[in-house]
Design a protein. Structure first.
Length: 395
């Protein structure tokens, strides 16, 4: 008897236990950046970031180059989950999708309540959730968190990442170069054609992806979006009509190959390059500046209100079901963890306030403070929240 086909677990699911390790490395990199920025080596740290290697500075190579690899992985995971995973059907998308929408809208509104002037362009900074940190905290709690809430948080974070990508494309794009955009469109057309023609080797996709990155970098659209575009063209099937070989598809192979270097190298390097805030050189009022408060409260308060509030509303209206064996207090804890906005929030900060070190520093203070408090409170609440047992699902 032929065994029934079971879709292989995505790399994200297989790496859930390792997320705590990647999160610790990222925390260590952020801590080191803060130490360096506030030490006698602070000027050397800044000089290194602004030193040029070829056509770009070290900082730009990290933020435009390495982070394109991060966005490539994000794009692969989004495609994988939408076509063959947790987000493959509308019922599965309902609760995390509604929660993600609320979790992006409310923090942005809180930020704008403090920033209606020129600093309003930072509205998207507190809207993002850091999946590595959030899942890292979840993994530390072990069986105290129902599997359904882990799935909910993962799906929510993936939809959140997709929302952040769309926001970057629509609202943080500089002046456009039409010739470079046309060239990028041609490359995308070739990539799609290769997919349709059944090309399954990764090398041609990656080489064309490099060309696409250069064209997008020059076009005025942020270069990291080239990673997402490339990801969407990578084939999910290994061989047409052969689902037994699905786990060997180009998408799976590339996704699995990228998880270790992205989690333990790319993102920590990004944190090391961008988390450094020279507190000693900042005016005291920066700690309570509108940008600092808007970002910090947007993450700490906005995510809880947005994620939990929209989730409960959707459940009461019958649009979605409560995650199995989860209580409302546990759902509040998950909503708090969504306030950890480290990586994507730092990235959007650089796009929102280019060339303004003071506003960037204020936003980073808000990100670090809001993310730290959200993580601590979320962990503590999930630690003490009563657990529902199988057979008595929460209503």
């Amino acid at each position: 008897m032929t065994p029934s086909y079971r879709a292989p677990a995505s790399a994200l699911r297989r790496f859930l236990q390792g997320q705590s390790s990647a999160g610790l490395v990222l925390m260590g990199a952020a801590a080191l950046a803060l130490v360096l920025a506030n030490s006698p080596f602070g000027s050397s740290y800044e000089a290194l970031l602004h030193a040029y290697v070829g056509p770009l500075s070290v900082e730009h190579w990290v933020n435009d180059g390495l982070m394109a690899v991060f966005f490539l992985l994000v794009g692969l995971e989004i495609k994988r989950e939408v076509l063959d995973g947790r987000l493959s059907t509308w019922p599965r998308r309902a609760l995390p999708g509604i929660a993600a929408a609320g979790g992006m809208a409310v923090p942005a509104l809180i930020y704008l309540a403090f920033n209606l002037g020129p600093t309003a362009q930072g509205w998207a900074i507190p809207a993002a959730t850091d999946i590595a940190f959030a899942l890292g905290v979840i993994s530390l709690l072990g069986k105290r968190v129902p599997a359904s809430l882990r799935v909910f948080l993962t799906a929510l974070a993936i939809i959140d990442d997709l929302g952040a990508v769309i926001i970057i494309a629509l609202f943080y794009t500089a002046g456009l170069s039409l010739p470079d955009l046309a060239g990028a469109a041609v490359v995308v057309g070739i990539l799609v054609g290769m997919n349709k023609l059944g090309v399954r080797r990764l090398t041609p996709y990656l080489l064309l992806g490099l060309v696409l990155w250069v064209l997008v970098l020059r076009s005025g659209i942020h270069a990291t979006l080239a990673g997402v575009i490339l990801a969407f063209t990578i084939p999910l099937q290994a061989t047409p009509g052969r689902p037994d070989l699905e786990e060997h598809s180009p998408l799976h192979r590339l996704e699995h190959a990228l998880h270790m270097p992205v989690g333990f190298l790319v993102v920590p390097i990004f944190g090391l390059a961008n988390a450094g805030v020279p507190f000693l050189g900042l005016p005291a009022e920066a700690l309570a500046a509108p940008v600092t408060l808007g970002v910090g409260l947007g993450l700490l308060v906005g995510k809880v209100v947005g994620v939990f509030g929209s989730s409960i509303l959707a459940i009461r209206l019958g649009l979605a079901d409560m995650p199995a064996y989860a209580g409302r207090l546990q759902l509040v804890g998950i909503a708090l963890l969504c306030g950890i906005g480290f990586t994507m929030s730092l990235f959007i900060t650089l796009l929102a306030f280019p060339g303004d070190p003071l506003l960037q520093a204020e936003a980073k203070i808000g990100i670090l403070g809001g993310s730290f408090l959200s993580g601590i409170l979320g962990y503590a609440l999930l630690r003490i929240a009563p657990q529902d047992r199988p057979g008595t699902p929460s209503h």
